[in-house]
Design a protein around this ligand. Sequence first.
Ligand SMILES: C[C@@](CO)(OP(=O)(O)O)[C@H](O)COP(=O)(O)OP(=O)(O)OC[C@H]1O[C@@H](n2ccc(N)nc2=O)[C@H](O)[C@@H]1O
Ligand SMILES: Nc1ncnc2c1ncn2[C@@H]1O[C@H](COP(=O)(O)OP(=O)(O)O)[C@@H](O)[C@H]1O
Length: 274
Amino acid sequence: MPPLVELARAKLNLALHVTGRRPDGYHLLDSLVVFASIGDVIALSPGPLSLRIDGPFAAGLPTDDNLCLRAARLAGAGADLVLTKNLPVASGIGGGSADAAAVLRGLARMGHAVPENPERLGADVPVCLGSGPARMQGVGEIVTPLPALPAIAVVLVNPGIALSTPRVFAATERRDHPGLPDIPRLAGLGDLIGWLAETRNDLEPAALSIAPVIGRVLDGLRATNAAFARMSGSGATCFGLYETPEQARIAAAALKQHGWWAVATELAPPPAPR
Ligand SMILES: C[C@@](CO)(OP(=O)(O)O)[C@H](O)COP(=O)(O)OP(=O)(O)OC[C@H]1O[C@@H](n2ccc(N)nc2=O)[C@H](O)[C@@H]1O
Ligand SMILES: Nc1ncnc2c1ncn2[C@@H]1O[C@H](COP(=O)(O)OP(=O)(O)O)[C@@H](O)[C@H]1O
């Protein structure tokens, strides 16, 4: 029987406001989250729990304490897992959380119930489970699905540095920003950019202070005529939005000249219900 295959789409925080902090130190967030068409790939076959990792970013990833295995253990399920790691690690685009959510989706297709507290695996796991446009609030556990966005062309760029999420949160100075403005129906790139102009990524200043190269990535995106550029999550991956897929392809090729990981893709529609 061929393995079940799940795509762990790259997550993008188009806007990310830090609105408070819980007594346990976790931050309250208000974020517009969307997913790109590219991602890691997870193949699941029946069998005892095991994990093999291949792909361009396999090196250095733990095989024992991997979030894919932790997801299967939380679901109480065995499976033979193969992770093809296409996305940079510790990079603000979901990574381990997207992989864990994809494993839970695959296991659900094999008949295993999705655990009740998937956020225990990572704050981004609940939003990554749905893998469609959503407003994410609380520490990540409140997910409100949003209508589909158009397939806007996007370029993702990572300068090749892993940035630790806890370190970026710890270096964030202001934690009491207002939440996102209401999210209207976003029918095209113009609507989206107009709305994004009223928003921020509140983790960007701290990430920039730890890794100034992020500033050069954002300048690089703007120099390729991105209609909008910002960092995703806790960084260091940044995204640029473009008028056309052709512009995005040309921009990605130019940004690779810096030795950075750069890929042209588009905002993905929500997955069809199964
Ligand atoms: C910042 C965000 C925005 O979407 O994305 P990434 O940059 O990781 O992609 C997420 O909130 C990250 O989610 P995730 O990467 O799953 O985080 P977790 O593993 O649960 O948490 C890692 C650490 O980040 C801090 N953390 C995480 C989430 C949150 N709401 N407040 C926090 O303070 C905590 O120090 C925690 O120990
Ligand atoms: N399947 C996985 N994919 C990516 N990272 C993983 C995975 N499993 C465990 N990890 C660990 O999780 C950490 C990445 O976490 P984090 O800094 O939150 O990244 P991101 O910002 O990409 O969400 C890394 O230290 C990595 O070793």
